[in-house]
Design a protein around this ligand. Structure first.
Ligand SMILES: Nc1ncnc2c1ncn2[C@@H]1O[C@H](COP(=O)(O)OP(=O)(O)OP(=O)(O)O)[C@@H](O)[C@H]1O
Ligand SMILES: [Mg+2]
Length: 1067
């Protein structure tokens, strides 16, 4: 509570208790005042529940009165309700009381214009008339309050109010919550989710009167001005009311649920409107009703693919944002999925008044902006999620994060990303006891380990809304997968096809026969082991398809080709040009982001009916199919893992899209036994990767533990390590050394590298070894630099200080080229030489500075033997920086990929990685004063690399998922700024922008609105911060009260009576 609010409390605190009792309405008014004043502080309107509980607050005093009535006069809560209501009523009826009628009007109509306020001296002719007029404009919280009071009381005094209220409620188009509208789903299943009159009574009894006053007043404080239409005002009042009721319900674990799982019923409408979801599946309902969730314990839940896991997570997130009023973080595995989710949830944010913030690629602010009013949902990749959690721990704001949801929890077992996820979760568990963690996955096996690690409960079900039939094909026979039989499958049918001998040779696996059973009416995905294989399969299939396939949605396919040509500045991939007219395309990482998006959109809308894709699509984006074909049980050269298999086949038969789904795995005779094993075996276990990924795992964790001061002694570090997944699985993963030995080795290594320092202090003959982080160590963990490269990066940046070539951005680009990309780079020496020859004299100096002799490249290009020892990593890095240099100059991926003879997908990937790495180097430099000069340079470079487009398109591309091609379309159609897009009409957009569906248009406008409101809010917050009167100015006490009350008067927040009192007091 801010100083002004505290002061209001002080004013009220001087009153005597019995006077307060007499003037219930007065107390109410003052509390409203204090709430309104508290807007100036950092608290939110609903605030942290604890913020209302200060002992000296008026609420505490009201509470005291309530208690006094309960104890002294030996009355029950019901009676107490009557008394306070009586006070309220007498406030309405006793016109001569200082804080009576008018003051209640202040409560009810805090923001109304003067004309609507009653004059203190006006006589009230008719009590009933007055009550009607009050009820007419009454926020629904008050109606609810009266309703509950009324039900509690048998006193006939209340019946007239009740009648009038009923009249009002029934004549109003706005529905005040009725018992049956609370949770229709639950009612349908006959579950105890309604407020029956009994349970309502019990609930009320269980809650204190103070809570009711709190909620009523909180809503009152939010009352709208009269400029807003009454219907809108009432609608908003109902929404706030429902949020308020929901919040109360959630706070009390024993209480029954609110309209829609503790959320306003509007949320249910939004799910219907935006997702077409009418009712929840039974498991979703059961899961949401779990005790563990009601009591905010951590939870892991696991269901088959397409089981509808996301919806449950989203409802829990909304509860956190709207009811508990805390921020939430959702961690998703890939940038594309983050962007998809940001687009999907922005519409909810716009409607329900919370912020959706994207943390992917180089987007995201660390620490996040502290919002005063709205709560934020951060949607992040694993890496950005980690950086976000670090920044919150560092700024001691981790408790603001009420919930973390991890989708695809099995990613814990996947390489360095798994290690990063484990580190993030372990830190959360260790530093914040109040942050709830929810993990979900379709492919978990050793859940026990994960439960132990996350201290979580577990929920599982086999539910899948659309049945998925699994088959395998060996030669021309289709077998149904049946894990109950001995060999795992049973005969199903013979494949019906007539192949010429030519076709038999071209398509020995009968892919054409399999796909033509479903396309073009239904969609089909073919997972292939390699990128090249995807292109070959797509080409092969369309070569042998009948010409009629061309006729299906012909015009839209021509449009798609044209669109791809525009994206490629006139060029189009010859394979796509050949396959798209048949409704077929390939999909793998060799496509540019823009191409990939266009192809995905065309597939989603049925223009394309067949995609030949790599495994990345299985977890990458939500592209469902009627039939999924697995070309072979391999990913590259590795035999398929069970979890990969499950993820791939899980794309078939998605709820709401398909009514059936089937998968067919093509098996060669030689692999038959391996495949039997695959279909019958359980899913793989998920193991900690902290040890496997040493520099990105264990060492990185130890460094940041000390850096963030989470653990600074050897004992603390050891204790932390026990709480990791590695700690849970240590006996399985390391039988040579114990966890504490591994930890000690790790710390010693960091000290040796100059990243940590150790100090021994001897107190009472008990030596304690304390660890501190060095500046380099801090820069490393802040920049999320792989420990394998931190010393090298430091040296190179230092060298740059001696003579950074600033004639162009080539030298800087070299410093921002990611080290790990150099490993798989094989330069074309002729191209390298050509690039060298185009360098200016100044730029050629860069070669000397970084250590690439020109003679080395010349000799390589002419095929001569080289004796000189040159660091190939440096040579490769410089080559890649030439690629980036060309990209920034030309902003055209196609021409650059041609120039360097690289696939356009690789060039795109290099660009994205460089943008991310540049922002990491920037954070690294920010921690080291000697590198001050790089800050401005790298800020600009990161921006250039992130967008790599003409400057005018950047504002549009800030919107999640708007890529260059779409930004160009929008710009050319006149949508030139973020504000243009945020205020666009989705229907008009659909009419003007090609290949834009209604749903995409709506999501794009919502995302733009969200971004705009986020930016505007950030600026407003900055202004408020600037104008905030410091609390420690000498003599500030009086000034503060004055300024706050003056502003309250100016806003009409105080009634004239109170204003008069204040003027008097001031005098
Ligand atoms: N109650 C429901 N009624 C109708 N459709 C639903 C319901 N719940 C979810 N869906 C739809 O089911 C589809 C699959 O849901 P979702 O993406 O949440 O699955 P999932 O369990 O996360 O699967 P995966 O493991 O493959 O990610 C989505 O299109 C979603 O809109
Ligand atoms: Mg999912």
């Amino acid at each position: 509570m801010g100083p002004a609010a505290a002061q209001c409390r002080l004013l009220a605190g001087g009153s005597q208790e019995n006077e307060l009792r007499r003037r219930g309405a007065h107390a109410l008014t003052l509390i409203v005042m204090s709430l309104q004043c508290s807007n100036d502080s950092e608290e939110d309107m609903f605030g942290d529940p604890d913020s209302f509980c200060g002992n000296s607050s008026l609420l505490a005093q009201v509470d005291d009165i309530e208690q006094k009535y309960l104890q002294d006069e030996n009355k029950d809560i019901k009676a107490a309700g009557e008394i306070v209501l009586g006070n309220l009523q007498s406030g309405i009826h006793q016109k001569n009381d200082n804080f009576s009628t008018k003051e209640n009007m202040v409560v009810f109509e805090a923001d109304k214009e003067e004309g609507f306020q009653m004059n203190e001296n006006d006589p009230v002719d008719n009590n009933q008339e007055l009550t009607v007029s009050i009820l007419d404009d009454l926020p629904s919280s008050q109606l609810l309050y009266f309703e509950e009071m009324n039900e509690l009381s048998s006193d006939s005094r209340l019946s007239s109010i009740s009648e009038i209220r009923n009249k009002f409620v029934s004549s109003s188009s706005v529905k005040i919550r009725s018992p049956s509208s609370f949770c229709p789903d639950a009612e349908h299943r006959n579950r105890p989710t309604d407020f029956s009159s009994d349970s309502k009574c019990d609930l009320f009894k269980a809650e204190s009167l103070k809570d009711h006053l709190k909620s009523a007043m909180t809503v009152n404080a939010k009352a709208q001005t009269l400029q807003v239409s009454k219907t809108k005002q009432l609608k908003e009042a109902v929404l706030s009311e429902e949020i308020c009721v929901a919040r109360k319900t959630i706070e009390s674990p024993s209480a029954d649920i609110g309209p829609f799982y503790g959320l306003p019923s509007k949320v249910k409408d939004l799910f219907r409107q935006f997702r077409g979801i009418e009712t929840l599946y039974e498991w979703q309902h059961d899961c949401l009703m779990l005790d563990s969730l009601q009591q905010r314990r951590n939870l892991i839940y696991s269901l088959p693919t397409s089981g509808g896991k996301t919806l449950v997570a989203e409802i829990i997130i909304l509860q956190e944002l709207l009811c508990r009023h805390k921020n939430a973080l959702m961690i998703l595995p890939y940038v594309a999925i983050v962007q998809e989710k940001v687009r999907g949830l922005s519409s909810f944010g716009v409607e329900l008044d919370f912020l959706v913030e994207e943390y992917a690629g180089s987007k995201g602010r660390f620490p996040p902006l502290k919002r005063r009013k709205k709560k934020s949902l951060y949607i992040a990749t694993i890496e950005k999620g980690h950086a976000l959690v670090n920044s919150l721990i560092e700024t001691e704001r981790i408790d603001d994060l009420g919930l973390v949801v991890v989708d695809e929890l099995h990613m814990l077992g996947e390489g360095s990303r798994g290690a990063t996820l484990e580190i993030t979760l372990a830190k959360l568990l260790y530093t914040s006891k109040n942050t709830q963690i929810i993990g979900m996955s379709a492919t978990l096996n050793n859940v026990g380990d994960l439960q132990k690690f996350l201290q979580a409960e577990y929920y599982t079900s086999n539910f899948r809304p659309v049945e998925l039939k699994e088959y395998i094909k060996i030669r021309d026979t289709i077998y149904a997968v049946d894990s109950k039989t001995e060999n795992g499958f049973t005969f199903s049918r013979l494949l019906n096809f007539k192949y010429s001998s030519n076709l038999e040779k071209a398509d020995p696996d009968h892919i054409i026969a399999l796909v033509t059973e479903v396309i073009p009416e239904y969609s089909c995905l073919i997972f292939c082991p390699t990128k090249k294989n995807c292109e070959n399969v797509a080409s092969m299939v369309c070569k042998y398809l009948k010409k009629e396939f061309r006729l299906h949605r012909e015009k839209e396919k021509q449009d798609l080709i044209q669109n791809l040509k525009n994206i490629g500045n006139g060029s189009i991939c010859p394979v796509l040009k050949q396959t798209i007219p048949f409704g077929i395309a390939y999909h793998h990482s060799g496509l540019t982001n823009d191409e990939r998006k266009s192809i995905e959109e065309a597939y989603s809308t049925g223009v394309l009916c067949l995609l030949a894709c790599t495994a990345t699509l299985a977890a990458g984006v939500n592209l469902p199919a009627r039939r999924v074909i697995l070309r072979a049980p391999y990913v590259a050269n590795d035999f398929l893992k069970k979890s990969q298999y499950k993820q791939m086949i899980g794309r078939a038969g998605r709820a709401g899209i398909d009514s059936a789904g089937e998968s067919i795995l093509i098996v060669q005779e030689k692999d038959k036994h391996l495949v039997q094993n695959l279909v019958t075996s359980p899913l793989e276990n998920c193991y900690s990767n902290l040890l496997m990924e040493l520099t990105k795992g264990m060492q990185s964790l130890l460094l940041s533990l000390v850096g963030l001061k989470i653990a600074v002694t050897h004992e603390e570090v050891s204790s932390f390590m026990c709480s990791t997944l590695l700690g849970v699985q240590q006996q399985l993963l390391s039988n040579e050394k114990s966890l504490s030995e591994i930890t000690e080795d790790g710390l010693a290594n960091l000290v040796e590298k100059g990243l940590l320092k150790e100090r021994t202090s001897a107190k009472d003959h008990d030596p304690k070894r304390t660890l501190t982080i060095t500046l380099l160590g801090k820069a490393t963990y802040k920049g999320a630099i792989d420990l394998a490269y931190c010393n090298l990066l430091y040296r190179e940046l230092k060298k740059g200080l001696e003579g950074l070539v600033l004639e162009s951005n080539l030298h800087l680009l070299y410093l921002a080229t990611p080290y790990d990309m150099t490993l798989n780079c094989t330069p074309d020496w002729m191209i390298y030489l050509r690039q060298l020859n185009q360098l200016s004299a100044a730029e050629q100096k860069i070669m000397d500075i970084v250590g690439v002799p020109e003679s080395f490249i010349t000799k390589k290009a002419s095929g001569q033997a080289i004796r000189k020892n040159v660091d190939s990593a440096v040579v490769n890095r410089l080559y890649l920086s030439f690629v980036l240099y060309a990209l920034l100059k030309e902003t055209n991926i196609w021409s650059v990929s041609e120039k360097f003879n690289m696939s356009r997908g690789y060039v795109q990937n290099l660009l994205n990685s460089a943008a991310s790495f540049a922002s990491c180097v920037l954070h690294f430099c920010e921690e080291l004063e000697e590198f001050w000069v790089y800050k401005a340079l790298l800020t600009e470079l990161t921006k250039q690399l992130t967008y790599c487009v003409k400057t005018e398109l950047i504002p549009l591309m800030e919107v999640a998922g708007v890529l260059e091609a779409r930004a160009k379309q929008l710009y050319n159609a006149g949508y030139k700024t973020l504000a243009h897009l945020a205020n666009a009409n989705p229907e008009t957009l659909v009419g003007t922008i090609k290949h834009l569906s209604r749903c995409q248009a709506r999501q794009m406008v919502s995302s733009a609105k969200m971004l705009l409101s986020e930016k505007a809010e950030a600026l407003q917050e900055e202004v408020e911060e600037l104008l905030k009167v410091p609390t420690d100015i000498p003599g500030a006490y009086v000034i503060l009260i004055h300024s706050c009350l003056c502003s309250a008067i100016a806003q009409g927040a105080l009634g004239t009576g109170l204003t008069a009192q204040w003027v008097l007091l001031r005098a």
